[in-house]
Design a protein around this ligand. Structure first.
Ligand code: AMP
Ligand code: ZN
Length: 468
């Protein structure tokens, strides 16, 4: 399996630290609002990476944090007159709802920055003891010049960066030793949440949070660290500087970064007002369509969000779901159970599509080509099944389709919560209860059905029902 590693700027064969295990950390969102569709891209992409490793039999320890202390959260809390804890808890819950809608598996662990402050204070102390950090007036800075490999991830010319940011140092207005030094701990301002530390009552810088949470839940060395490409510098560069200095060993073997999602060919940003939340999209589309849309491009290519592309994704997904529905329909009416010799041969030919799918995924998770392989399987299934097909053959084709689409997190074989016959039975029972004037029971049945997405309508011709 090949992964494009930002560290080496090349595709490298994946070799896990421990056989059959993957330790993976994905930087999560800052929770002060509903997540937008840009935030959804790394979530969907790296959930798919995880699913593919699991498909290959790896045991994946997947950690993704929520940044729940930050200037933007504090600002929002002040605007609303509530605590920042209330703001972050609310949007963590909303984010989890969106993740469920996009069929993103919950992480093995979702640590919260505010619950890991002790570990951060410890790592900062270690960095100070080793000369990698220094304190000035209650603020602790990382000494970037001391870490010789600083810049190895972002491949930037550090001298250019330094000269670009030198003005404050020259005038003596900045207390930092070097323009690229960054904050590990900062003192509180009036009204801000704070924690006690040896340096000041304050809070950690953003970068130290991920170094500490990754270490606590995955260990000092991990296989994959991932996030959007905007995180390469300074966030991930700084995480490397902190973790490798404190732990004395290489932090992550592979660094993966997704390209950005644009909207109508423009950068998506709040100031441009072209910003769309996942929740807004869910009002118009099943979020499976958003997931399918994200996976229709390679994760390292910029992707443009547009109404046309969403419509195309909707029909693409429908083609796959229809093929699965068709197989189920034929299975329900199949006249024979066991595969014939001819069917065995036909089924063996689908191996080719599985191989195409795996080849695409092994090549740095090329989901665009993997989706194309699924379409080939769909086409083959549609043309090589009919009313004469055996149940076993249809079942095997369905299982094959579901196995591949499940790697992509696409649900094509939705189990109905309740079968038609059960609904009819409950409706009859409700009619009988009404006749016997047991309205409590009649209402309870209506509610039970509603909970399962079944809407009843009493008409002159009798009770009609539909799935919501
Ligand atoms: P943030 O809450 O800004 O820290 O972002 C959370 C994650 O979303 C990070 O991995 C970002 O790189 C990623 N991200 C933010 N905006 C976009 C975008 N427009 N396209 C792709 N990824 C994004
Ligand atoms: Zn991070």
């Amino acid at each position: 399996m090949k992964i494009f590693n930002t560290l080496s700027k090349s595709k490298q064969e994946f070799v896990p630290l421990e056989e059959n295990k993957v330790k993976m950390y994905v930087c999560g969102p800052t929770v002060y609002n509903f997540i937008h569709i840009g935030n959804a891209r790394p979530m969907i992409v790296f959930d798919t990476v995880r699913r593919y490793f699991e498909y290959k039999g790896y045991d994946v320890n997947f950690v993704s944090n929520f940044t729940d202390v930050d200037d933007k959260i504090i600002k929002k809390a002040i605007e609303e007159g509530v605590t920042s804890d209330e703001v972050s808890k609310r949007f963590i819950a909303e984010c989890k709802k969106d993740m469920e809608g996009m069929n993103i598996k919950p992480a093995t662990k979702h640590p919260l920055a505010t619950e890991e402050i002790d570990g951060m204070v410890e790592m900062i102390k270690t960095l100070i003891d080793q000369g990698f950090a220094y304190e000035k007036n209650g603020t602790v800075y990382y000494r970037t010049r001391k870490f010789e490999e600083y810049g190895k991830l972002s491949h930037k010319n550090l001298d250019d960066l330094r000269s670009g940011e030198r003005s404050l140092l020259v005038t003596g207005e900045d207390e930092k030793e070097d323009a690229l030094d960054f904050v590990l701990w900062k003192p509180k301002k009036e009204g801000e949440p704070f924690w006690v530390s040896p340096w000041s009552e304050g809070r950690p810088g953003w970068h130290i949070e991920c170094s500490v949470m990754s270490k606590k839940y995955l260990g000092e060395q991990i296989d994959i660290h991932a996030g959007g490409e905007d995180l390469v510098f300074p966030h991930h560069e700084n995480e490397i500087a902190q973790s490798e200095a404190a732990n004395g060993k290489e932090f992550s073997r592979y660094w993966m970064h997704n390209a950005f999602l644009n909207i109508d060919n423009h950068k998506m940003s709040k100031s441009l007002g072209n910003f769309r939340t996942v929740r807004e999209i869910s009002e118009q589309y099943d979020l499976q369509v958003l997931r399918f849309f994200m996976l229709s491009a390679h994760y390292r290519s910029p992707l443009n969000f547009s109404a046309d592309l969403m419509e195309a994704s909707k029909s693409g997904l429908e083609r796959i779901v229809n093929a699965a529905d068709n197989l189920k329909f034929l299975m329900g009416n199949a006249k024979s159970d066991c595969m014939t010799e001819a069917e065995k041969e036909l089924f063996a030919k689908t191996e080719e599509f599985v191989q195409g799918f795996e080849r695409a995924m092994e090549d740095d998770f090329n989901t665009a080509d993997a989706v194309a392989a699924v379409f080939e399987l769909v086409k083959y299934t549609n043309t090589n099944t009919n009313q004469e097909s055996s149940k076993e053959y249809l079942q095997m084709l369905l299982e094959r389709l579901v196995k591949l689409t499940d790697v992509l997190g696409l649900i094509v074989n939705k189990e109905e919560d309740i079968l038609d016959e059960e609904i009819e039975k409950l409706i009859e029972e409700r009619q009988a209860a009404r006749k016997a004037k047991d309205f409590k029971r009649a209402d309870a049945i209506r509610d039970e059905l509603l909970e399962k997405g079944i809407i009843l309508k009493d008409t002159r011709e009798g009770v009609q029902w539909k799935r919501a």
